[in-house]
Every structure is written in C-alpha cells, then in structure tokens.
Unconditional design. Structure first.
Length: 68
C-alpha cells in the first residue's frame, strides 16, 4: 500500500517540477484515488492543506451568444 501511495504522490510532485514528495502531494494522491480515499477518508495529514471544492452552481456557465 505504501508503494502505491508513493507512486500516486509522485505524479503531483512531477507536475509541480519538484524532486521531493511533500505532504501536499500525499494528500492529492489519496483524495484523488477512489479506493484510497475510502480507506483513508478520516485521516488528517499535517501540513497538506485542503482540496478545493467549488459547487457547480457557483461556476460560470458558458452562454451561447447569438450573432445577428
């Protein structure tokens, strides 16, 4: 399990061009994986921040402009 978490945490680290995995990368890896999120849903990871969750109704909708 540890190997899987580290493998998944490597992706956000590489996306941010970092060579070290920090707690934020672990948080992103766990929360974005369905099975790990279910298993570790109640776990708090220190210094990892939170995932942004914007409700769909608050997002701007693209409106089709009618051209004359």
């Amino acid at each position: 399990m540890a190997a899987e978490v580290l493998e998944l945490a490597d992706n956000p680290a590489r996306d941010n061009k970092k060579t070290r995995i920090i707690p934020r990368h672990l948080q992103l890896a766990i929360r974005n994986d369905e099975e790990l999120n279910k298993l570790l849903g109640g776990v708090t990871i220190a210094q990892s921040g939170v995932l942004s969750n914007i409700q769909a109704v608050l997002l701007l909708k693209k409106t089709d402009k009618v051209k004359p």
